[in-house]
Write a protein that binds this ligand. Structure first.
Ligand code: PHE
Length: 307
């Protein structure tokens, strides 16, 4: 276009030079030049259209989108199975009229042991191998000190549960971890009996899975009970996980010892109560048929995403 019909183009030069021609020649050259210009313009328009089409096709090819391909999945997080089980336990007790309270993980030895009727020489201070921060402060070995916090300075009726982390210097194995979770329960009122404890735990166990109990002893409850479930690996025959017993403990319980009520300023002649504390990991193991507690803390997404 520039070479022939541009400002300095060859055809433009011919058209400009026509004024200098004889009239005869001017007509002849004019007709010819106009014909050439017509053909040139048509050829240029044609080529421009071809180039435009080619450019569009190249762009469409480079921006090709296969709308039939499956979409890219967004990885979505979910609750940890221990949280799911804790939430379920909360729901069951809230349904029975309990309130949820919290206590600190760094506790006084007094709340963790002394106020719970376990004096300095009590064996539970040994077998619950404790992480001490100093002589009077420790990482709580159980959620039971929340009982003391829930009772001291309060007037019954008291009906609370308290989920949280607890610490013991246990070696890691399939059913033990130095950090694990418990849910404490406490009910204090006039006329509370072992029958209330049994009814509450029975309803709880049946809501969650439906199992059996056998007796056990804790210093701060009298009488005491322990809720065991049949071993989730062997089903009761006895294996390495249950140490040949066929049972795994998931919960300790009992009637609050009069000494414990008195140490919190509640008159044991007027009030009575029951308490329980369960291990969330073991409840979750039973619920989901998991045979090793370590799986909860290894954070392998392939494991966690199954629940
Ligand atoms: N605190 C006890 C434990 O950790 C469980 C328990 C709680 C027992 C309440 C009786 C009453 O083993």
């Amino acid at each position: 276009r520039v070479k022939y019909s541009g400002k300095k183009g060859q055809l433009t030069a011919i058209l400009r030079g026509m004024g200098a021609l004889e009239p005869e020649a001017r007509r002849e050259v004019g007709e010819l030049a106009n014909a050439v210009r017509g053909e040139l313009e048509a050829a240029i328009a044609d080529k421009a259209a071809t180039l435009k089409r080619a450019a569009l096709e190249a762009r469409l090819a480079s921006e090709k989108l296969d709308v039939t391909l499956p979409g890219r999945e967004k990885a979505c997080g979910r609750l940890h199975p221990l949280h799911t089980v804790e939430n379920r336990i909360r729901e069951i007790f809230i349904g029975m009229g309990f309130t949820v309270v919290e206590g600190p993980e760094i506790e006084s030895a007094y709340n963790n042991f002394d106020a719970l009727n376990a004096p300095a020489d009590h064996p539970s201070r040994d077998f619950q191998d404790t992480f001490y921060i100093d002589e009077t402060t420790l990482l709580r070995t159980q959620t039971s000190p929340v009982q003391i916090r829930a009772m001291t300075g309060k007037t019954p009726p008291i009906r609370v549960i308290s989920p949280g982390r607890v610490y013991r210097s246990d070696d890691v194995d399939a059913t033990h971890s130095p950090m694990f979770h418990q849910v404490e329960g406490l009910v204090v009122d006039k006329g509370i009996t072992m029958a209330d404890l049994k009814g509450t735990l029975d309803l709880f166990a049946r809501s969650l899975f439906g199992e059996e109990t056998r007796p056990h002893h804790f210093p701060f409850t009298e009488p005491s009970a322990e809720v065991d479930v049949s071993c989730f690996v062997c089903g009761g025959k006895g294996c390495r996980l249950c140490k040949g017993e066929g049972w795994i403990e998931i919960l300790g319980a009992g009637m609050v010892h009069p000494n414990v009520l008195a140490s919190c300023g509640i008159d044991p002649e007027v009030y009575s109560g029951f308490a329980f504390g369960m291990g969330i990991e073991r409840v979750a193991m039973r619920r989901y048929n998991i045979n090793d507690m370590r799986l909860f803390f290894e954070n392998d997404v392939r494991f966690l995403s199954q629940f």
